[in-house]
Ligand binder design. Sequence first.
Ligand code: FAD
Ligand code: S2G
Ligand code: ZN
Length: 448
Amino acid sequence: MNCIESTDAMVGGDLVPESRSVSPAVGLIGDLGEAVGPDQVLTEPDLKAGYVRDWTGRWIGNAAAVVRPGSVEEVQRVVRICQEAGAPLVPQGGNTGLVGGSIPHRGEVLVSLRRLDRLGPVDHGTRSVIAGAGVTLGRLQAHAREEDLAYAVDLASRDSATVAGTIATNAGGAYVVSRGDTRRQVLGLEVVLADGSLVSSLETLPKVSTGPDVIQTMIGSEGTLGVITSARLRLSTPSESELMVVLVGMDTLTDGLRLMGPGLRAIEFFDRACLEAVIEHRGLARPIPGDFLFYVLVETTGNLALDESSSAVVDRSLWVYRESITETINGLGVPLKLDVAVPLDRIDGFAAVVRALDTSGEVFLYGHLAEGNFHVNVVGSPDPDRASEEILGLVVSMGGAIASEHGIGVAKTDRWRRTTDPGSIELARRVKEALDPNRILNPGVFWG
Ligand code: FAD
Ligand code: S2G
Ligand code: ZN
């Protein structure tokens, strides 16, 4: 059940923005300073720097100002001011997004939600918790653990990635195969719409059927339909049985699929290039003897049918080889990162064709095996746009998806428009038209 609550007077069904004594002389920056306090409005380039550069360094944007509201009411005021000034804004959480969607590319107002970091008490009855937009994944996971519960989504960016950012990108991570993506964890949302009004479904009961749950459209909307200020999230009981983590060397990914069975929690893969780079970057020992095209990491509470040919080690610390890949690659140079998915019966064919492409860069393949989710990274390509076109074109030709968990952002907006079926584009356009007719919300994403 969604209820619209607004501090605005409703006149004849139209929202009449509350009167604001705007002295024209102060302008946008002054208005924003009045709304959140001047020290929460950053205009100096060095103070804005961390907010306008993405995690990989591939995008460096510019913001009219960085604004850091500390409450839902302040978010409403900021959005209303931007709406009335016709000033586009980009909502930002931990700024760990990898498709350029969290960066102000054309002087937008950057609205950082990190200060909305309240965490409610765990509700054991509904096994859920209300978390503010700016709560990091790591803090949410620790909060759940203290109550002998668990939050299902886990990313290596857990100490920066925020609740709202993971909802806005429908983040996946290692446990999608056993616990689902972020969408599966969202029980309710509180969102500030483009006109500054507030809509909330936080107090919904665990199971209702009260009409279209339109607010769920915010999941995966990447800051283009509303500013998420809070969410009610599902928690689960951690598995009792002993976990086993195994790393297996193999020369086809299809062989890796045979390791999926009862009790599976996560199945990740990475190629030889990733392993060599991580061993060097982190100064780690070689985890298993032998030299293989691929390495598959399995976390399970079941038994694994390992034949004598597979080299395997059972040790929970093996995750370090998988979790170090992103930072290792970032240390080699600004990577072209393509998060894609291909049908499971095409995974080895896809890997072979990508490797054969002439990207003139170093190619790294890793990701989440059960979903056919590859993170194709290319470092040192002289023409990353051409490499991106070729790889995304290959994905589409194989019946795959041009994004599996990182979203579209500005990196794939053009390709998204060209490869998504026209009906879905038209429906998305109508929703955007209805919710953000003046296109002030993250205008570069999807519709840029
Ligand atoms: P930001 O980067 O700040 O924003 C991301 C998008 O969400 C932007 O479009 C932004 O406008 C929008 N947004 C942010 N806050 C709000 C809000 N309050 N309301 C509306 N829109 C909002 N991703 C995965 O899916 N799986 C992984 O395994 C994974 N591993 C990673 C490992 C590393 C080391 C790094 C650096 C990144 C990884 N990521 C992964 C990518 C990234 O962490 C996710 O995309 C995450 O969801 C981004 O969260 P954030 O808070 O940093 O969002
Ligand atoms: C992962 C992290 C980001 C990347 O490691 O699963 O989602 O592409 C990725 O390196
Ligand atoms: Zn991933």
